[in-house]
Design a protein around this ligand. Structure first.
Ligand code: FE2
Length: 257
């Protein structure tokens, strides 16, 4: 059985949330998508509240993944423990609330979703994501496995793809908010894209008002992030997975405006 899985890049602030709510259901219907993973760690610019997590879920996400801003809004901590469809990176310390990997039933096909965080230029003191991936692949049983690797360095994401090639159905990167053009199926059958991009304002720097970003790079005072407004985009990838082999047959990029 072929399963179409949609991965949506980091949703940034209210404009990104509204754009997702407006477009996700119709995209799922048009493209025959049966499972959707959305990275939601920037729904409040830095972090997300339980209410914002529910909005992403109600918009059509089956699983919401996070990253370095997981605890940007601390009220998410208890919610992480109580919510099986909300994942924080699996290689956070064992003292962190929540879980980083889950298995979900698609009616006859089980799909494992794993969220990992990179260690290059992300000062989280996270566990090794490569060995964490190994450990989590041994947990539970599933025909399909997809991975959101929330990481800064393209090299770390590519290395992870070679490490997991043939052992997971698809792996995509999040965090940089800038989509890459390297979608493909790896030699042993894993679908891959280095970064999905983002869901938020087109005229922005990673979803933030350009003037604020320019001011920051000029050496001005740092301030609370001000999300940009105006027309939005929703970027991501659509992967076609074969439940018989557990591997990927096609990867397409998505950019909904
Ligand atoms: Fe991030």
């Amino acid at each position: 059985m072929l399963v179409r899985v949609l991965a949506v890049g980091d949703v940034v602030s209210e404009p990104g949330l509204r754009h997702l709510e407006k477009h996700l259901r119709s995209l799922q219907k048009c493209e025959g998508i049966s499972f959707t993973v959305v990275n939601g760690e920037n729904a409040a610019s830095v972090g997300l509240t339980p209410e914002q997590a529910w909005r992403i879920y109600d918009a059509g996400a089956d699983v919401v993944t996070l990253g370095n801003h997981t605890f940007g809004k601390m009220q998410i901590a208890d919610f992480l423990d109580d919510t099986p469809w909300l994942l924080r990176p699996a290689n956070f310390t064992g003292r962190a609330p929540g879980r980083g990997c889950g298995v979900y039933d698609l009616g006859g096909v089980r799909i494992r979703v794993m969220n990992l965080i990179g260690r290059c230029d992300l000062s989280w003191g996270a566990d090794n994501p490569f060995t964490a991936a190994d450990r989590n692949l041994e947990r539970g049983e599933a025909e399909l496995t997809v991975v959101d690797f929330h990481a800064e360095a393209t090299s770390e994401k590519l290395a992870m793809a070679y490490y997991l090639d043939g052992r997971v159905s698809a792996l995509w990167g999040t965090h940089t908010h800038v989509p890459t053009a390297d979608q493909r199926v790896f030699p042993k059958g894993t679908g891959y894209l280095t970064d999905l991009g983002m869901t938020g304002a087109v005229e922005s720097v990673l979803g933030i008002q350009p003037q604020q970003s320019v001011e920051m790079f000029l050496g001005g005072l740092p301030g609370r992030f001000r999300p940009a407004s105006g027309p939005c985009k929703a970027q991501g990838a659509l992967v076609t997975l074969d439940s018989a082999t557990g591997l990927c047959t096609a990867v397409e990029r998505v950019d909904i405006r």
